[in-house]
Write a protein that binds this ligand. Structure first.
Ligand code: NAD
Ligand code: UDX
Length: 465
């Protein structure tokens, strides 16, 4: 197969940005252009100050600094970049559908389809089109049909190359991932296209970590991986509720079962519920696909992972109200952490949004602190729920840039993201500044319960009596 010299990636988001930055870093002889229709996003990627990049990821700045302007470019000239490239990654968003058939379940593929139509329209040379977005199984078939429908005398090959990076560790995951997965047709042309992509990843990954499969296995592996990961979180969260009734300690259980190499120790941390743009969306999509094939038992099985997660978020919010003597009306509660996990500024589907909304329904006043999330984002997340007016959200929620300021004069502190800095606060000082009795609700089990109670706090920890 011919060596790739020019790559275009459509979509400069959480996946397209970091993934292409690393490909450009590791393959200096390949020109990589990341394009987006969002003008502001592209301007931010091109910003002189690397502190204004549109997403926060540890280590991203350094990679962008190394490659940007050398062989990594960010542009809004989508058509030009597509046409120049031999390989085009589609890395646009595939959110849950908000309308019509499959509303609230299926993945909305309109952005992906628009990309395919655009590639078909503007291309004047052969292209390998790579699905980087997470897509329902058999999407490659539709993409191929659209690409070929213009009837041009050029060849399109479609590969599936799902992305397994997790936010907050994206650069490390990309540099040193457990595996890369490439799905393609198993005929000669397909295998050649697969080889082109293998050649790119082989710049830095050992060959044995590059797994190749047929297209459908690759597409379905991505949904399956996220479903399995989320299922572990829901499983331990289910046990956390039982622990609270029985005197067992969920962290001790996680440790004890995780020592069994068949189970493994990762992804067993009880929490206020998983968030992020992927788990819920991808499981709902899996459930939808299973139902569409009439596989009701399969669909019900996976749907339970989501139900348990909703239960856990609600349960945590209920615990706050119960412990605060069954009313939070007019009480001031500090929310520590708004991002869906530490080390990211991403808030999509963050448990914090739902816990906050619950408390606001109970007429609490909230003061929010997150080290990386901007105030506009926090208000936008609440407004998006449409539970109350924007004015009411503004009135009931204050966002501050200092954690001690957030916690001052409050009745309770709720920890909703596991940011490391929360562990090293001067909790004695916090206690002295709060109303008594002072409560800590630790939704991530990151604070030492004994230490905090010795100071005088009343504390609620997930999965502890
Ligand atoms: P994102 O919303 O951060 O980025 C998508 C970008 O695509 C946006 O900037 C949007 O403006 C752009 N876009 C949409 N339509 C376009 C078009 N027609 N032309 C040009 N640009 C267009 O989304 P993301 O988090 O990067 O996710 C992208 C895909 O990757 C999704 O399918 C997601 O499921 C998958 N994924 C995400 C993660 C993650 O951690 N976020 C991990 C693995 C896989
Ligand atoms: C996930 C997958 O891990 C990644 O492979 C895929 O490409 C995208 O989706 P991400 O959503 O970025 O990545 O983060 P992840 O680390 O998986 O965390 C997801 C959510 O689960 C977070 O809210 C996190 O706090 C929560 N979680 C994770 C737990 O509550 N307990 C755990 O033990 C692990």
């Amino acid at each position: 197969p011919n060596k790739i010299k020019n790559i275009c990636c459509i979509g400069a988001g959480y996946v397209g940005g970091p993934t292409m930055a690393v490909i450009a870093q590791k393959c200096p002889e390949i020109k990589v252009t990341v394009v987006d229709i969002n003008v502001q996003r592209i301007a931010d990627w091109n910003d002189e100050s690397l502190d204004n990049l549109p997403i926060y990821e540890p280590g991203l700045k350094e990679v962008v600094l190394e490659a940007r302007g050398r062989n990594l470019f960010f542009s809004t000239n989508v058509d030009n970049a597509i046409n120049e490239a031999e390989m085009v990654f589609i890395s646009v968003n595939t959110p849950t559908k908000k309308y019509g058939v499959g509303k609230g379940m299926a993945a909305d593929l309109k952005y992906v389809e628009l990309c395919a139509r655009n590639i078909a329209k503007v291309s004047t040379s052969d292209k390998i089109v790579v699905e980087k977005s997470t897509l329902p199984v058999r999407t490659a078939e539709s993409i191929k049909t659209i690409l070929d429908a213009e009837g041009k005398d050029i060849q399109f090959k479609v590969l599936s190359n799902p992305e397994f990076l997790a936010e907050g560790t994206a650069i490390d995951d990309l540099h040193n991932g457990d595996r890369v997965l490439i799905g393609g047709d198993q005929d000669e042309d397909g295998l050649n296209a697969i080889q082109c992509l293998i050649d790119i990843y082989s710049h830095w990954l050992p060959r044995e970590r590059i797994i190749t499969t047929n297209v459908w296995s690759s597409e379905l592996s991505k949904l399956t991986a996220n479903a399995f990961l989320a299922q572990r979180v829901s499983s331990i969260n289910a046990i956390s509720a039982l622990c609270e009734q029985t005197g067992a300690n969920v962290d001790e259980i996680a440790n004890a079962i995780g020592a069994d190499s068949r189970i493994g120790s990762k992804f067993l941390k009880a929490s206020v519920g998983f968030g992020g743009s992927c788990f819920q969306k991808d499981i709902l999509n899996l459930v939808y696909i299973a139902r569409s094939y009439g596989l009701e038992e399969v669909a019900d099985y996976w749907e339970q992972v989501i139900k348990l997660n909703d239960y856990q978020k609600r349960r945590f919010a209920e615990k706050i109200v119960q412990n605060l003597f069954n009313t939070v009306n007019g009480k001031k509660i500090a929310i520590l952490g708004w991002a869906f996990k530490k080390d990211t500024n991403d808030t999509r589907e963050s448990a914090a949004i739902y816990v906050a909304d619950y408390l606001l329904n109970e007429q609490a006043e909230l003061v929010v602190y997150d080290p990386k999330v901007k105030a506009e984002q926090i208000y936008a997340d609440l407004d998006y729920l449409n539970t109350r007016s924007e004015e009411q959200n503004k009135h009931l929620v204050t966002v501050v840039r200092d954690a001690y300021e957030a916690m001052g004069d409050t009745h309770a502190v709720a920890i909703l993201t596991e940011w490391d800095e929360f562990k090293s606060y001067d909790w004695e000082k916090v206690y002295n500044g709060m109303k008594k009795p002072a409560f800590v609700f630790d939704g991530r089990n990151i604070i030492d319960k004994q230490q905090i109670e010795d100071i005088g706090f009343k504390s609620y920890n997930l999965g502890r009596e």
